[in-house]
Design a protein. Structure first.
Length: 283
């Protein structure tokens, strides 16, 4: 049996919630690992060496106890929807609480206790159940729920469905969300966005930084275009600092995503980075 601690968007399975449950997607996991030098990610692969979607190992390489590291007890397991650890020590639980906060997740022990970091930066345990009376959407918005996971305020359902589409399973998207009929012609994408991720990843590995920056400039143009459209429709634009640290984080994320999804378009990597930055910007 053992004692497990789990990072999850939903504190419980809520079989009678009557709503699509929030999922912990691979994009979200990549975003945290790629921007945290104390973490490393090892993908789970099948017998042919192909990465298995939504499965892998997260290693807390920055764990302060070298004996724990040598015994391999600084490891987290990522499976669809959750990140978990067995018999984690306080250092690893605290790191899980930090990860949980970034991912808008709960960090839950086997006895339904919640772990979180307080205002003083200390690890705190709460077994009152108060932490489980709400869920947190992709933009950081809180939704109050009852003991069965149902919304207390039903008027919030449209907002919930609209802002969290990316965090629902495909089955729940089909069940709960009515899509508009597809247009006769898909939007045309120009430039580096239509190239495969593997081309960007290879350029990064070969340290052809001029080429890497050309790709990143395409991403900036992609964001700029979206912001122009957002302004026209009076929607919130994405504005974040473009320091050297942010640039390095963005490029590291784009590389991690591209390496894991070589056959996807570079546009898909940009969209994943946009989701990560939007979530951080709104939290």
């Amino acid at each position: 049996m053992g004692y497990d601690v789990t990072i999850t968007r939903e504190a419980f399975m809520w079989p009678d919630a009557g709503r699509p449950l929030l999922q912990l997607t691979q994009d979200m996991v990549y975003a945290v690992v790629a921007t945290d030098p104390s973490l490393a990610y090892e993908a789970e692969r099948n017998k042919d060496g192909v990465e298995i979607e939504g499965q892998g190992t997260i290693i807390y390489v920055g764990h302060p106890d070298r004996e724990i590291v040598e015994r391999g007890e600084n490891t987290l397991w990522y499976y669809p929807g959750t990140i978990s650890a067995k018999y984690p020590d306080d250092h690893l639980i605290k790191k899980m609480a930090e990860i949980g906060a970034k991912l808008k997740c709960f960090v839950v022990g086997d006895n339904a206790e919640a772990y979180f970091i307080d205002d003083k930066g200390e690890l705190v345990t709460d077994d009152t159940g108060e932490k489980f009376k709400y869920i947190v959407g992709d933009t950081g918005k809180r939704y109050e729920i009852d003991g069965e996971g149902r919304f207390v305020n039903l008027n919030q359902i449209p907002d919930y469905l609209a802002e969290n589409r990316h965090s629902f399973t495909p089955e729940d998207q089909a069940r709960f969300i009515t899509s508009a009929p597809p247009s006769q012609e898909s939007p045309k994408i120009y430039g580096l966005g239509i190239t495969r991720c593997e081309e960007f990843a290879q350029m990064h590995e070969q340290k052809k930084m001029d080429g890497v920056y050309y790709y990143y400039t395409w991403y900036q143009g992609f964001i700029s275009g979206l912001n122009v459209v957002s302004g026209a429709y009076k929607k919130k634009a994405l504005n974040y600092a473009t320091s050297n640290q942010v640039l390095d984080e963005d490029i590291t994320f784009l590389y991690a995503y591209s390496k894991a999804n070589p056959k996807m378009s570079f546009l898909s990597a940009c969209e994943a980075l946009l989701r990560m930055r939007t979530a951080r910007h709104s939290s």
